[in-house]
Ligand binder design. Structure first.
Ligand SMILES: O=C(O)C[C@@H](Cc1ccccc1)[C@H](O)SCc1ccccc1
Ligand code: NI
Length: 183
């Protein structure tokens, strides 16, 4: 697994390149690596063993590869026990989004940002996401709340945007009345 690059590395501020299909062997391996990191990091034993920070998403630029590819592994919720969204999203585009904002009550962190940056990160509470999977199959689906937040965080990485860019500098915990607060 490649090292995760940290804030300050120019690759995190670039517009990543579209991925070409069929995937090269290198891009197939990259997709595997990006997903493997999440799977291992969400296993407490392996996470500790390899000294990883747990992650629910990882974008290629975060491992130094400026390509439009990111893995997303939203942990299962207590209720239904299965992950609400798991895939490697390639050349993702948000084709529609709710006017209504959503933000994590706890704020956000990032595997590429070691410092804590407190504050609400206003995003869209609901999105329609279009992306291609590793087999070149096109997907289009609606996501809301936490899965939508994770995908927006990862897609931001592909456009050189970091979560704290969205935090209100003067009033970090400002929120508009109808913003959905997500736990
Ligand atoms: O740096 C990344 O892209 C991975 C982030 C993704 C993320 C952070 C905040 C909000 C949405 C997505 C890491 O997953 S941050 C660590 C983490 C781990 C488990 C649950 C939530 C956040
Ligand atoms: Ni991040």
């Amino acid at each position: 697994m490649k090292d995760i690059v940290r804030d300050g590395d120019p690759v995190l501020r670039q517009e990543a390149a579209d991925v070409q299909f069929p995937l090269s062997a290198e891009d197939q391996q990259l997709a595997k690596d990006l997903m493997e990191y999440l799977v291992v990091s969400q296993d407490p034993e392996q996470c500790k063993k390899y000294g990883l920070r747990a992650g629910v998403g990882l974008a290629a630029p975060q491992v130094g590869v400026s390509k439009k590819m990111a893995s997303v592994l939203v942990p299962p919720t207590e209720e239904d026990g299965e992950s609400p969204f798991t895939d490697v999203i390639i050349n993702p585009v948000i084709i529609s989004e709710s006017v209504q904002a959503g933000a994590l009550t706890e704020g956000e962190g990032c595997l590429s940002v070691d410092k804590d940056v407190p504050g609400f990160v206003p995003r869209h509470d609901r999105i329609t996401l279009r992306y291609y999977d590793v087999n070149g199959e096109k997907h289009q689906l609606r996501l809301k709340n936490y899965p939508a937040i994770v995908c927006q965080h990862e897609i931001d990485h592909l456009h050189g945007i970091l979560f704290y860019d969205h935090i209100n500098k003067d009033q970090p915990f400002t929120r508009d009345d109808d913003m959905v607060m997500i736990d």
